[in-house]
Design a protein around this ligand. Structure first.
Ligand code: DGI
Ligand code: FE
Ligand code: FE
Length: 193
């Protein structure tokens, strides 16, 4: 499948807002790849596909996981939207014919992160949070600057703010999100950015 075929298929499976977000993540991932000396095309491809499972209804997400033997943890069963990451990696491979393991892995971990991520994982996780269509998160200006300057410190700030948001009653925390923050907090910067 070439780039424009992937785009066409994605456009059909996502609502308009999600497709706009998808393009935002694709271009932002490309910019971050340029800033950090990573493969531009790989970053853009992972950005393009990261939310390919997002618009599947939750009951269908659960059914698809069951059908394809994808493990559903109790937290995921309670918050099925979390499954769009794992399921996205599965669909990227099975429906979009992506074989690059780095691209599939970045999609798989883009929502909770995981400790000790590789550069592409971090580029997608961060691009998802800072793309131009995002405007609600606290500290966005600081996070956007950090993204082009220190990926690890940027991860720490995003995870700290996400946990703060979830802790204010907005959702059950997945232990992976907590563990990811524990890993990245060693890089937290105390600076004026
Ligand atoms: O799919 P997107 O909306 O573009 O972005 P995403 O896949 O990063 O999902 C973002 C949401 O995921 C955001 O509202 C915070 C939430 N999230 C991240 N970690 C956890 C979580 N939600 C729950 N319930 N538990 C988590 O550990
Ligand atoms: Fe997502
Ligand atoms: Fe996203």
């Amino acid at each position: 499948m070439n780039y424009s075929e992937i785009k066409k298929k994605l456009k059909k499976s996502q609502d308009k807002e999600r497709y706009e977000h998808t393009k935002g993540v694709m271009y932002t991932a490309g910019c971050l790849a340029m800033a950090h000396g990573y493969y531009l095309e790989k970053a853009m491809l992972a950005g393009l596909l990261h939310d390919c499972a997002k618009c599947i209804p939750n009951d269908e997400k659960l059914a698809l996981c069951k059908e394809h033997n994808i493990l559903v943890t109790p937290v995921e069963a309670e918050n099925p939207f979390l499954l769009h990451a794992k399921l996205g990696a599965f669909l990227a491979e099975s429906e979009y014919n992506i074989t690059d393991p780095d691209v599939l892995h970045a999609i798989k971990v883009h929502t909770t992160g995981e400790p000790d991520m590789n550069i592409l994982d971090k580029i997608i996780f961060i691009a998802d949070y800072i793309e131009p269509g995002r405007n609600k998160a606290p500290n966005l200006e600081k996070v956007r600057k950090l993204a082009f300057h220190d990926l690890n410190a940027c991860m720490a700030q995003i995870l700290r703010d996400t946990l703060m948001y979830l802790n204010s009653g907005k959702g059950t925390i997945d232990s992976t999100t907590q563990l990811t923050y524990e890993f990245y907090k060693q890089y937290e910067e105390d600076n004026d950015l």
